[in-house]
Design a protein. Structure first.
Length: 436
């Protein structure tokens, strides 16, 4: 399985940033007064913004080597952080360009803005794109994001592509780096063309191709626990997908009410050549509709994705699996695949929320592993039950284990901190948070 890890990915991004700054420096002419200095800064910010939007798109393009090497949840965090930075960079580009032009023309900022919008080619379209991007950034703020349904937020986010398209041509019409540099212009165009091709290939063509090849259909649905169901999905030649335990697919069920949206769900059992299983907790639409799926419903799937799978080593190390809520699903699949001794700690608010319990107990008995159920709210338990001391007691020899943590973001962050305090090496702590 080819993978590009976090260090290599960040190095590639940094190399691209250095190339953009070199292009900016090469295209910078002698600075004439304060207006020229401000304009030059604005041009540099514009180049960085043009490169940054490409990076932001590629981070979420579902490129298999990057998804498997970096991990989908980490890529999502990088994408969100970069999106916030881009809003400031693009705003700086706009402000410095207007200010610099106004000083050079001995005009006020308002009149110079009107001049730019009405006389400079493609600036009006780029301005529309700028406000679209700001709107997308606003809907991604944590406070507002929580108030929006995932589907609403997702489809609003697609306006980013329109914003990028609207702003693209003004870079060549007005950018000093491209006006007299045909090589730079060609390289910039190629960057955008390759990015667009990768989006079309991995977001559209590959899913349609895999649908035709594997013929996924719903084989059945089973109730597992309070508001939790397992969906069994049958297909052909599923071994070709090389899905690892702990990974997830993006599923689109082609039935009324579900066909227009896809959602990420982890495999909750080891896949066979003709059957896969996901286990989903009802947290509202569309997850509450999965229990009504009928056998034979066709399924469009993308994947496998994610870097959350057993670490490869020369010898099988003991493992600690730490699950919070429905985070048990990828760990259930992983528990069946790990070859060393396994200790599972399953955190849930109530026994009604515990899913797949009989399977977990059976696997532990067959493998000589241990399962610890930590049940109850914090108030009932008198605080956080997964402290460093508690983890050392539940998992003796923790410092020699590989630890796999999966659950809600708050739980995973606290668990990682407790593991570090308990002596677990950072390189052996593997995390996936459910925060798409």
């Amino acid at each position: 399985m080819n993978r590009v890890g976090p260090t290599a990915t960040l190095a590639l991004i940094a190399a691209g940033t250095a190339a953009v700054l070199a292009l900016w420096w090469h295209s910078t002419n002698a600075l004439v007064g304060p207006g020229g200095a401000l304009t030059t800064v604005g041009e540099g910010l514009g180049l960085l913004a043009g490169y940054g939007v490409v990076v932001a798109v590629l981070l979420m393009a579902r490129l298999p080597p990057v998804e498997r090497g970096v991990g989908a949840d980490r890529l999502a965090r990088w994408h969100a952080t970069l999106g916030r930075v881009l809003c400031w960079v693009i705003s700086g580009h706009v402000l410095f360009i207007i200010w610099g032009y106004a000083l050079a023309a001995h005009a006020n900022v308002v009149s110079e803005t009107a001049t730019l919008l009405t006389t400079y080619p493609d600036v009006l379209m780029a301005t529309v794109g700028y406000f679209l991007l700001l709107g997308v950034g606003l809907t991604s703020l944590r406070a507002l994001r929580r108030r929006l349904r995932y589907e609403t937020w997702y489809y609003l986010h697609l306006y980013s592509y329109l914003a990028i398209a609207l702003a693209f041509s003004h870079q060549f019409a007005n950018g000093a780096a491209f006006v007299e540099n045909a090589a730079a212009r060609f390289a910039w165009e190629l960057l955008y063309i390759v990015t667009a091709a990768l989006i079309v290939w991995y977001r559209i063509i590959v899913p349609v191709r895999d649908f035709a090849r594997h013929r996924w259909v719903v084989a059945g649905v089973r109730e597992e626990a309070n508001r939790t169901v397992s969906v069994y999905i049958r297909g052909r030649n599923l071994g070709e997908l090389d899905a690892a335990p702990g990974q997830f697919f993006r599923w689109r069920f082609l039935t009324r009410g579900l066909w227009w949206q896809s959602h990420p769900y982890s495999l909750s059992a080891l896949p066979s050549d003709d059957l896969m299983r996901i286990t989903v907790r009802d947290v509202g639409d569309p997850s509450n509709m999965l229990r009504s799926l009928r056998p034979g419903t066709r399924v469009l799937a993308e994947g496998p994705f994610g870097a959350f799978f057993p670490a490869r080593s020369r010898r099988a190390r003991p493992a600690l699996l730490l699950a919070g809520g429905v985070g048990i699903t990828p760990l259930r699949a992983m528990m069946a695949a790990l070859t060393g001794s396994v200790t599972l700690v399953y955190r849930a608010s109530s026994w009604q929320d515990v899913a797949l319990r009989s399977e977990l107990d059976t696997l532990a008995a067959e493998r000589g592993g241990r399962v610890h159920y930590v049940i109850g709210t914090r108030s009932e338990l008198g605080g956080d039950p997964l402290t460093a001391d508690a983890l050392r007691e539940l998992a003796p020899g923790l410092d020699a284990m590989d630890a796999y943590v999966c659950g809600p973001p708050g739980m995973t962050a606290a668990a990682v901190a407790a593991l570090r305090a308990a002596g677990a090496p950072r390189r052996r702590i593997h995390v996936e948070a459910f925060e798409f």
